[in-house]
Design a protein. Sequence first.
Length: 363
Amino acid sequence: QPELSGDFGRIMEWADRTRRMKVRTNAETPADARAARSFGAEGIGLCRTEHMFFEGSRINVMREMILAEDEAGRRASLAKLLPMQRSDFVELFEIMHGLPVTIRLLDPPLHEFLPKTDEEIAEVATALSIDEAVLRLRVDTLHEFNPMLGHRGCRLAISYPEIAEMQARAIFEAAAEAARATGAAVVPEIMVPLVGLKAELDYVKARIEDVAKAVIAESGVPIDYLVGTMIELPRAALRAHVIAESAEFFSFGTNDLTQTTFGISRDDASAFLSTYIQKGIVEQDPFVQLDFDGVGELIRIAAERGRRTRDDLKLGICGEHGGDPASIHFCEEAGLDYVSCSPFRVPIARLAAAQAAFKGVKA
Ligand code: PEP
Ligand code: MG
């Protein structure tokens, strides 16, 4: 972390002495992780692994995997992705040097990896040596009208457990490698997205545990790790006491939680929300500032119920609201342990967390 000088340095020093909540970052690239560290991030609160697959030739391997005919085909593509993913994680662990790193298993709706236009279909058919008509049929089978409410998050890991197994293997092998290289213990936090049912988390967690045992036996390196879940569906918040039986941490995905609580699409909302704000129907865009009364109530419920089951349940937030000062004040009051935000928001979040803690002491 660079030395901060002058008034800014003094303010940040005060902030860090005063705040209770930790400040982590949302990052999946080494550049973002390094930038966040230089701004004072105390770990990674959300590594969105799907972003790692959109780059360059990786998207083709991913497409090949999703469009494969059977499990053997998927496993062949996953074997190509494993070394890439392992080196991604080694780099992040080394940059974070023993600080917590939360890695989320693949989340995106499948359509993000599917070829869309006729040209794309033709291109992918050539790249994958599949007949164009056969490919079109497979794409049609995977098509969804509401992909954000469809085959994504843990649902993908349940349909195709081999994807979660590859990612878990990459995480554990990387943790062993980074621990050897840096001498600092690496305790990965593996996060399962879009959980609504404890049984979903249990299914995925069992796959993760099997892989952990195998990698620990193969590498001879003992690896501690946590398994937790995103809380981004109202059902998960309401059933937090049950889900906490299987989760060692919760991270509030307030982007999806806002979407699913309001029933407003996070991707298409802006047009009518600006009318709502103009006409005074809502005061704020709830995707920017947390809706304290509704979404916030679900967070309070989940925090209270989750900790009733497990009093050391670690609680964080990794939706966009984790970098919004007013929402950070809410997180302090709700008893969260950390906020996670984009790298450039880290200094603001450190300051807001301090102001929130200071207000709490004064009140
Ligand atoms: C969220 O839903 O708040 C979240 C952090 O996940 P994503 O934005 O990747 O869906
Ligand atoms: Mg989400």
